[in-house]
Design a protein around this ligand. Structure first.
Ligand code: UD1
Ligand code: CA
Length: 486
């Protein structure tokens, strides 16, 4: 049995990212479900490193807290002053004296990088028995990036930063992506020789290539098959551009797996979302976080789902939902707001202008119009009339209301928690309920109707209402016979 190769991953994330002009460190900016550094760590994951080191510096505490959440086994190493990428890697390696084999170094701001590309870079590096291999790409606009300088035979000679480059070197369109594989011994040796003799007065990791090449240690270039993957992110405009590229990549992958996305350019799906074939996502929709959509469900248009589960065949139209579970064949929207703890049973319905929170609807239960349902359990096949409010908050405490199976709550009702509507009970429209309605009973709490005859003619004489009433009475007078209502 061959031993698996020994590898260490180092992610560089100490820089501030000045051009982002942000209180948030650059690598913590989010992009479709992960931070920038989260994407890089995910791309490096299949490399199977013994140790993953993340070099932190600018706002280190924030970055460390994030790492604890997303990659608890990664080891943060502090680079107190950002003296360059070479300095950063030197500090990282000091933390792992036992490291052997290959060291993979990745800039923390290349979110489109694919794991396959990292793997191919490592494979090419290890097969070539080289001291160092750089991931390169041919780009139309190399401005600001390090250039790959090759000799007449096409071999890598050195990497030159734009600010240190001659006009001739600046014309090179082959750039350094900031992703590398090194032999650990070659790397340690070269790092100890770095100078700060450059425009920024920093230790450049890129200088390792020139040092190794001139010492006769073989160095190489691995050209990325898709240059887009190597794009770094330096300001908000680039962040938006990369985000759109990732969106297209994610959408295309889902469409190839049988998901209908009607308007991919306005559909934003986090990389953490899961979809089943024959799910349909209509335009202007965002599926975020731990959202999943089952087969045959229709989501959108104009819908945002955060950490929401949508069952098979459900329909979710113009809805904002966070932390909800929507059952099979349930219908939601338009204009519904589902909040955490919402659980809708099979064929349940939440209709227009309804807000739910910590609310469980049984199979076939319906809240069709204009209601607030907070802290409630509603039994299967119950119907909650238009404008019903579950008054769950007394100003200090929240309480729960239970509606049993197949109960009927009339429109414009307030259920003041804690209240209980037992199975099969009815509540008359316009009631305010604060206790228990027994099974099969009808509860009515509204005042009886009282008509004050002739009030409009006396108190609103001359108004359009008075005239309308007068015309109505005049028109029916000649008929003589008037049938009594009730
Ligand atoms: C670097 C490369 C350049 C390459 C480009 C690709 C060097 C000298 N240059 O340039 O050839 O084309 O990436 O995007 O490496 N960082 C630290 N500590 C530091 C300095 C930087 O951790 O002291 C981190 C940053 O947080 C960032 C990464 O290293 O994640 C790259 O740093 P950055 O300043 O963006 O390097 P570039 O100038 O873009
Ligand atoms: Ca950069």
């Amino acid at each position: 049995m061959s031993q698996s190769p020994r590898r260490t991953v180092v992610v560089l994330a100490a820089g501030e990212g000045k051009r982002m002009k942000s209180a948030t460190p650059k690598v913590l900016h989010p992009m479709l479900g992960r931070t920038l550094v989260g994407h890089v760590l995910a791309a490096a994951e299949p490399a199977g490193a013994e140790q993953v080191i993340v070099v932190v510096g600018h706002k280190a505490d924030q970055v460390k807290a994030h790492l604890t959440e997303i990659a608890p086994s990664a080891v943060p190493v502090l680079q107190a002053e950002q003296n360059g990428t070479g300095h950063a890697v030197r500090i990282a390696l000091e933390a792992v004296p036992e490291a052997a084999g290959t060291v993979v170094v990745l800039n923390g701001d290349v979110p489109l990088l694919r794991p396959e590309t990292v793997n191919d870079l490592i494979a090419a590096h290890e097969a070539g028995g080289r001291g160092a291999t750089v991931l390169a790409a041919e780009v139309p606009d190399p401005a600001g990036l390090g250039r790959i300088v090759r000799d007449a035979a096409g071999n890598l000679e050195r990497i030159v930063e734009e600010r240190d480059a001659s006009a001739e070197v600046k014309a090179i369109r082959e750039i350094n992506a900031g992703i590398y594989a090194f032999d650990v011994a070659s790397l340690r040796e070269a790092l100890s020789k770095l100078s700060t003799d450059n425009d920024q007065g920093e230790e450049y990791l890129t200088d390792v290539f020139g040092l190794l090449a001139s010492a006769g240690d073989p160095v190489g270039v691995f050209v990325a098959p898709d240059a887009q993957e190597t794009l770094g992110c330096n300001d908000r405009a680039e962040l938006a551009r990369l985000r759109a590229l990732l969106r297209d990549r994610v959408n295309e992958a889902w469409m190839r797996r049988g998901v209908s996305i009607l308007d991919p350019s306005t559909t934003w799906i986090d990389v953490t979302v899961t979809l089943e074939p024959d799910a349909e996502i209509d335009q202007n929709s965002q599926l975020l976080g731990a959202t999943s959509v089952a087969a045959g469900a229709i989501v959108g248009p104009d819908t945002t789902l955060i950490d929401t589960t949508v069952g098979a065949g459900a329909v979710v139209l113009r809805t904002h939902s966070i932390g909800a579970r929507i059952g099979d064949e349930a219908t939601v929207g338009p204009f519904s707001f589902l909040r955490p703890g919402t659980k809708l049973g099979r064929k349940a319905k939440v209709g227009g202008f309804v807000e739910t929170k910590n609310a469980e609807l049984g199979d076939g239960a319906k809240v069709p119009h204009l209601s607030y349902v907070g802290d409630a359990t509603i039994g299967a096949k119950s119907n909650i009339g238009a404008g019903t409010i579950f008054a769950n908050y007394d100003g200090v405490n929240k309480s729960h209301t239970t509606v049993g199976e197949a109960a009927f709550v009339g429109s414009d009702t307030v259920l003041i928690a804690p209240a209980t509507i037992e199975p099969g009970a009815y509540v008359a429209a316009g009631s305010a309920i604060s206790g228990t309605v027994p099974a099969g009973a009808l509860a009515v709490t509204r005042a009886p109707q009282r008509n004050v005859e002739g009030w409009v003619a006396r108190r609103r004489a001359g108004t359009v209402s008075a005239e309308a009433a007068e015309r109505f009475e005049a028109a029916k007078a000649p008929e003589g016979e008037i049938s009594e209502a009730e």
